[in-house]
Design a binder for this molecule. Structure first.
Ligand SMILES: *Cc1c(COP(=O)(O)O)cnc(C)c1O
Length: 337
């Protein structure tokens, strides 16, 4: 909750940027869809914000477009460069093509082929470098300083955060009744910062709960240490979320706007992917199911009933081949539960 004037001013600046973000030149308003089976099983009203239905199949185009559209004419001319495990890359590629800007994207070598081809098919240059995001990132930063291209952070940038915050603007318009909590998947913290800034400014009673993979829980670590600690290693199953350090701009908001952070296992993600499939007949990628996995954990721990809980279903970029592994893990862990 904002308690100081400086905090209040920070949130107000984000709310203004969110309201002014012209993301609908590219992004769409996504449905806020009831999940009847999950709601029944959990004894709470569960709603899914279907960001997997965006062009490029994740919310990342919101932030990418808002960043690119706000560049100066000279910056647009020199082009942009970024590092991404995939979804931000596709967002930047599509936004750049729409705005006629050259884009170069450094991706870790572990990036699924689906995401690499997603970038190339949108006319951007994909460069595979480094075994995980931090290596790709430092290479991209080096190239940016050599070439004069503008580096576009996947999450650590106020324009990107404001673009992602448009998700919250839609949610509060779509659901004007009682709302207890919004569960947000976290990687670098851009999405949760944008959502938290908007919601805590307008509806501070709504809880903002971050959900991280237990293999890349950098927001949880930062909140506990009250410092942006760097994780010694990160897992890559939820490859949309494999960052070792929470972004500085995001953390500035999260440290007073996030009520709680939960961590979930890979097996819990696989079961949540199945739950989402059962309710919507849609496939999510592992990080897309983080929020639903978090809701299940939250309800089990707190025993809350009859609340309205929203999960951000953040993306659908999964290789078809991986579905066999996901289905197997879900079946095995449900059997042993
Ligand atoms: C990027 C991403 C996230 C996390 O967003 P951050 O702003 O980095 O915290 C979650 N889910 C998916 C599918 C993503 O692509």
């Amino acid at each position: 909750m904002p308690s100081t004037l400086a905090q209040h001013t920070l949130l107000e600046q984000y709310v203004k940027k969110i309201l002014a973000a012209p993301v609908y030149e590219l992004a769409v308003h996504t449905p806020l869809q009831p999940a009847p089976a999950l709601s029944l099983a959990l004894g709470n009203q569960i709603l899914l914000k279907r960001e997997d239905l965006q062009p490029t199949f994740s919310f990342k185009i919101r932030g990418a477009y808002n960043k690119l559209v706000n560049l100066s004419a000279a910056q647009k001319k020199r082009g942009v460069i970024t590092a991404s495990a995939g979804n931000h890359a596709q967002g930047v590629a599509l936004a750049a093509r729409q705005l006629g800007i050259d884009a170069m994207i450094v991706m870790p070598t572990t990036t699924p082929e689906l995401k690499v081809s997603g970038v190339r098919s949108r006319g951007a240059q994909a460069l595979l470098h480094g075994e995980s995001f931090p290596f790709a990132l430092s290479h991209a930063l080096e190239l940016a300083s050599q070439t004069g291209k503008t580096f576009v952070s996947p999450f650590d940038d106020p324009d990107v955060i404001a673009g992602q915050g448009t998700v919250a603007m839609e949610i509060l318009r779509q659901h004007q009744g009682g709302l207890d909590a919004i569960f947000v998947p976290v990687d670098g913290g851009g999405l949760i910062a944008g959502i938290a800034a908007y919601v805590k400014y307008l509806r501070p009673e709504v809880r903002i709960i971050g959900v991280e993979s237990e293999h890349s829980a950098c927001l949880n670590a930062a909140l506990q240490a009250d410092d942006r600690v760097v994780l010694p290693s990160v897992g890559t199953f939820a490859d949309g979320v494999a960052v070792a350090q929470i972004g500085a701009h995001g953390f500035e908001v999260c440290r007073f706007c996030v009520d709680e952070v939960l961590t979930v296992s890979n097996d819990e993600l696989c079961i949540a992917m199945k739950n989402i499939y059962d309710d919507t007949r849609s496939i999510t990628e592992p990080s897309g199911a983080l929020a639903v996995a978090g809701i299940k954990k939250y309800v089990a721990r707190t025993g809350v009933r009859d609340q309205t809980l929203i999960a951000i279903d953040s993306g659908a970029n999964i290789n078809f081949d991986s579905l066999r592994h996901v289905a197997e893990r879900a079946a095995l862990s449900e059997a042993s539960a």
